[in-house]
Design a binder for this molecule. Structure first.
Ligand code: HEM
Ligand code: HEM
Length: 187
């Protein structure tokens, strides 16, 4: 019998995954609602502050995840998973990492180049990494707005696939990221 630890992601990877998932799933609606017309100014300000600062936290967590992954590769997938599906899964995961970096960096550049604050970074005195430049700010915004559709589509595909494995295939793939839900027959 294989030990569950050999079948699952490591605890650090699992904690980073679920933190990023929680923050992404909350920052997307915040990003959309904060731009709604007729929203009370105080609510809008709070959503902007939440969206920008959680975005910076997502960036740091994604970098930590990528570095951790480089030294701790994911556990092998069950042998029942066909080769094509393995390739699609890893392409989706690479796409998710790439888009999270694109979204967070473009958001940062849009805000800093536009001369707006990022409260958390400003409070601890982090210097601005890009100059104020209207053209740069506008280009970064175009990237931010275009990439959001791709990220949202990939997240839907990813969550759909995870739920399919958990509820329909019941092949232990979902439990790699949620080992506490592993059934005794999968250990
Ligand atoms: C994974 C991280 C992020 C995601 C998924 C995300 C997603 C979004 C979404 C969905 C919108 C709404 C666009 C619309 O409906 O028109 C938006 C807008 C915005 N985001 Fe982000 N964002 C992220 C990170 C960031 C970061 C790090 C910053 C800045 C530090 C930022 C700053 C902004 C700003 C200022 C807007 C408003 C744009 C406008 O005025 O049209 N975002 N973002
Ligand atoms: C409720 C929502 C989610 C569920 C149920 C879920 C589930 C899972 C599962 C089961 C895996 C492991 C797949 C495998 O073993 O091959 C995984 C991996 C992954 N998930 Fe999620 N996920 C969710 C949300 C998200 C979100 C919002 C993101 C980022 C936008 C994300 C990014 C990733 C990445 C990048 C991996 C690959 C991990 C690696 O190998 O480094 N997930 N997810």
């Amino acid at each position: 019998m294989t030990k569950p630890s050999a079948l699952s992601y490591r605890p650090v990877a699992i904690i980073l995954h679920w933190l990023v998932a929680l923050f992404v799933i909350s920052t997307v609606p915040a990003g959309i609602i904060m731009l709604e017309e007729g929203l009370a100014r105080s609510v809008q300000d709070r959503l902007f502050i939440f969206h920008k600062n959680i975005g910076v936290v997502i960036f740091l967590l994604v970098i930590a995840r990528i570095v951790f992954r480089a030294f701790n590769p994911p556990p092998p997938l069950p042998s029942s998973i066909p080769v094509l599906q393995r390739h699609v899964a890893s392409a989706t995961h690479i796409g998710l990492y790439g888009l999270l970096l694109i979204m967070t960096i473009s958001g940062y550049v849009y805000v800093i180049a536009g001369g707006f604050p990022i409260e958390g970074l400003d409070a601890i005195g982090v210097p601005h990494l890009v100059p104020e430049d209207e053209g740069l700010s506008k280009s970064a915004l175009s990237i931010h707005l275009a990439a959001r559709f791709v990220l949202i589509a990939l997240v839907f595909a990813h969550v759909g696939a995870a739920l399919y494995h958990w509820l329909i295939r019941r092949d232990g793939v979902f439990e790699r990221m949620a080992p506490m839900l592993r059934r005794s027959s999968q250990r």
